[in-house]
Design a protein around this ligand. Sequence first.
Ligand code: UT7
Length: 333
Amino acid sequence: MKQFNTKILGTGSYMPDKILTNYDIAKRVDTSHEWIVERTGIHERRISDLSKDENPSGMAARATLKALEAANLTPNDIDCILLSSTMADQPMPNAASMLQFKLGITNNCPALDVNAACSGWMYLLPMADAMIKTGMYKHILVVGSEMLSSFNNWDDRNTCILFGDGCGVAILGRAAENEDSKIYSTVLSSDSSKKDHLALWAGGSNMKLTHELLDSKDQWMTMNGQEIFKAAVKTMAAHAEKVVKDAELTINDVDWFIPHQANLRIIEAVGQRFNFPTEKVVINVQKYANTSSATVPVALDEWIRAGKIKRGDNILLAAFGAGLTAGAVFLKY
Ligand code: UT7
């Protein structure tokens, strides 16, 4: 059977206009801009406005239009939609179907939501790669779109400082015979022994949202920050090393490293673990905070549009999140 190499044909991102600074947060909880910057590197984050349709599918529609333009494609050229969101627009129907509608796609392409928390977009890349390689689909839209402001407890200083809203997408397709774009190697994992360290207990089938539950404020996410921090550094560094080794290349062959943007200290610690030069690490956590599965595609899009990432560059992507899910992808752009 003929096999194809996977190429990123175009990327796009969309961030809500509304900026929430550390100073704004410090008006509500006992924290300070200085503390947040020192412990996380975050200065500000974006917050969705539902009256502007800035929910996961709405942000994704805007980001996709930019990616389609970059790829020189039209909405009906997309023949599969894969969308990652930790909390999609609503439980039913899925956000990928809503996105298909908002894009005006009329070809009835499949539309699938995936929830692997912050690793969701990374989880979708190997799936899309397999489907492109085998010729199953030609143009797969891979979306990470997140509205964490809807389940972030704005009265909990341990978590509320960390998160923001936004969306990043990539359209994956076939590389032409004379092009060397490809996905070299991928790794995905989940360590469920740590599943309770980052959780949202209510709102699903287990715990319905009742008046009593809302009064007890159990509808928000909870986190053991230090446990997540340690696991994130260890796993992202190990995954990054593995995919480079699996590609039979070395760290010196990596042009750009795009880690999940959760905390600047995590990013720095991962880089140090495998002696990676800091100037090749993509960082935008200071502007957007942690937008869960959107962080990596947003950073990828920004660096491509800024002309920093160029065709032929070797790019290493790594993510981790609740679950504890994690994954890394090594590719030639
Ligand atoms: O996609 C995955 C998402 N999650 C993460 O990536 C989280 C990873 N973890 C982290 O980023 C860090 O653990 C945090 C930024 C959440 C916390 O930083 P830390 O250096 O681990 O702080 P800590 O939890 O050890 O807390 C140190 C102190 C505590 O006070 P005491 O007990 O020493 O008196 C906290 O109560 O800092 C206090 N504290 C704060 N102080 C001011 C915790 N949050 C805040 C705050 N402002 N926002």
